[in-house]
Ligand binder design. Sequence first.
Ligand code: NAD
Ligand code: ZN
Length: 342
Amino acid sequence: MKALVKAKREPGLWLQDVPVPVPGKSEVVIKILRTAICGTDVHIYNWDSWAQKTIPVPMHVGHEFVGRVAVIGENVTDYKVGDLVSGEGHLVCGHCRNCLAGRRHLCPNTSGVGVNRAGAFAEYLAIPQVNVWYCDPNIPLDILTCFDPLGNAVHTALSFDLLGEDVLITGAGPIGCMAAAVARHAGARHVVVTDINPYRLDLARIAGATRVVNVANENLPQVQQELGMKEGFDVAMEMSGSPAALNALLENMCHGGKIAMLGIVPDNTAIDWSKVIFNGLTIKGIYGREMFETWYKMTTMIQSGLDISRLITHRFHYTDYEEAFSVMRTGHSGKVVLNWEE
Ligand code: NAD
Ligand code: ZN
């Protein structure tokens, strides 16, 4: 089968022939229909220091996918050939305290599809049946293939009560824009999204932000004043990975405000801890998606009108992956989807 392989320890991905995976006893093999490109895949393409110490070579990568079950292992009873499925890319151990308690997203022994083991940028993918998510066939394939990053947004956004609250999102990447859509859907009042990239701020507005802020030429205290907010944001989601954004966020919270941190800030990023302590802030780190409460919630929100379709800005056939990755690198994109059908 064809796959996008990290074949050499240097920047790039290579379209190569690799063996079709054989399912383990409790695995399913999925015929991939669509994949989406994640920022992680761009790190792997670029071969940055994180990728160099994390990604085995050679290996095909990718973890955002939707497809149809093609082969099932002998112990698989819950899925049948032809089922439309996506899946959780985080594989967990199943026997640690958190796994046993049903908090699988907190497993300390997590490994990742397309990061630690063969990925989804391929015609076929094998994953354990416990990682499979059965998809509503009424939801378009291009949306279903974004369930992994949408799940990041949903997990973050639903960490705190948003109904009637004023919400700040720093970073209007695909996930920040999805979080803006979720916050509106969940009943927030003001949904303010910051970035330094005007293209991305336009996407955030389209997604549902009530006010977008280019922090290169505007600041949040002014925006609060304009909106008649007197005490700061009730809930914030950090989705940029920028230390400057994190510090601006901390400056603009109400006392007792709640912060969910998805963005991956550089090691040893400094913050003003007095803001956290004297203002009684709560900070929650977010990793991945809750298995499978997040998947349930994103499905039902899409079924009840959550619309992220306009955040998918580019579509390519998988053979045009070089163009797809170069679009991702420009920053002038939302989600970029690859089609793996003939
Ligand atoms: P992205 O890189 O596409 O978007 C980040 C955005 O932040 C960009 O649009 C950038 O212009 C903006 N930004 C940069 N500096 C800023 C500043 N000072 N103020 C405001 N915005 C600023 O990323 P994404 O794919 O949308 O993901 C969002 C973040 O979440 C990334 O940091 C990513 O690494 C992280 N992530 C974490 C998890 C997890 O499980 N914790 C999962 C996926 C992604
Ligand atoms: Zn575990």
